[in-house]
Design a protein around this ligand. Structure first.
Ligand SMILES: Nc1ncnc2c1ncn2[C@@H]1O[C@H](COP(=O)(O)OP(=O)(O)OP(=O)(O)O)[C@@H](O)[C@H]1O
Ligand SMILES: [Mg+2]
Length: 238
């Protein structure tokens, strides 16, 4: 099957610093891909280049067969790429529902009762229906993470990129978020999961890619990656 996402030879420099170098990967429709790598290895930068928050310096990024690397983030969202942020950026003085109405209006052009109905559907999916009228500033950490995913889902993505949606969560909460990601995947959404929690990566991913210092150092099944000496070296240092 043709890849939904094809990243070829992508680089990204910040001044003289090379954050990404010659990154090539492809993602199949419906796939659950894990993206790992030590702090500062370039995971978020890669996601920023794919989603359009940053422009890559070289190489190409194709989504559903079309080159997107010079399109705006907004255009890419409309094409079906949506991401959650490593550091949640909720509108704290708004309710959970209103937090969803913003992207529903902005991306989906939805308003009024149809938008509220859609917000309700997504919140139900995330197990947040009961929190709909709460201020987002009152949410617990795990609820905030779920709302962050809900906001990404408001764009009705074909490809959802989750950037450390489980950071800072306890064991049972990690499983709750995993459950949601599995559920979304079962609905046909392709998912790239960036995660430091190795157990979650192992459970979730059909395939794992490991970045180190801006380069892909290996790719394989979760078991292969877990046992790979280069990956262990990248995480533990020499
Ligand atoms: N806008 C920027 N300007 C300058 N340097 C940046 C910028 N964004 C990222 N970097 C640098 O690029 C490198 C990769 O950062 P990135 O955030 O992509 O890493 P990461 O793999 O997501 O790390 P973490 O696991 O800590 O989230 C780091 O050295 C970082 O300091
Ligand atoms: Mg990051």
């Amino acid at each position: 099957m043709e890849a939904i996402l094809e990243v070829s030879g992508v680089g990204k420099n910040f001044g003289g610093f090379t954050a990404l170098s010659d990154v090539t990967l492809s993602v199949a429709p419906g796939e659950r891909l894990g993206l790992i790598g030590p702090n500062g290895s370039g995971k978020t930068t890669l996601i920023n280049c794919i989603s359009g928050a940053l422009f890559n310096d070289g190489g190409s990024i194709r989504f559903n067969g079309s080159e997107i690397s010079r399109r705006s983030a907004h255009q890419r969202t409309r094409l079906g790429i949506s991401r959650s942020f490593q550091i949640p950026q909720p509108f704290r003085s708004m309710t959970v529902e209103d937090n969803l109405l913003v992207p529903l209006a902005y991306v989906g052009g939805m308003s009024g009762s149809s938008a509220r109905k859609e917000a309700g559907r997504i919140l139900e999916q995330m197990g947040l229906a009961a929190k709909s009228d709460m201020l987002s500033s009152q949410l617990s950490q795990v609820e905030l993470r779920k709302m962050e995913l809900a906001r990404a889902m408001a764009a009705r993505p074909k490809l959802l990129i989750s950037d450390e949606a489980m950071a800072g969560l306890a064991g049972a909460e990690v499983d709750e978020v995993l459950e949601i990601l599995f559920e979304l995947n079962s609905l046909g959404i392709t998912i790239i999961m960036i995660e430091h929690i190795m157990q979650a990566v192992m459970k979730f991913s059909q395939r794992v890619i490991c970045l180190d210092a801006g380069q892909i150092i290996c790719e394989g099944t979760p078991q292969e990656i877990f046992n790979n000496p280069e990956v262990q070296r990248a995480y533990l240092g020499d």
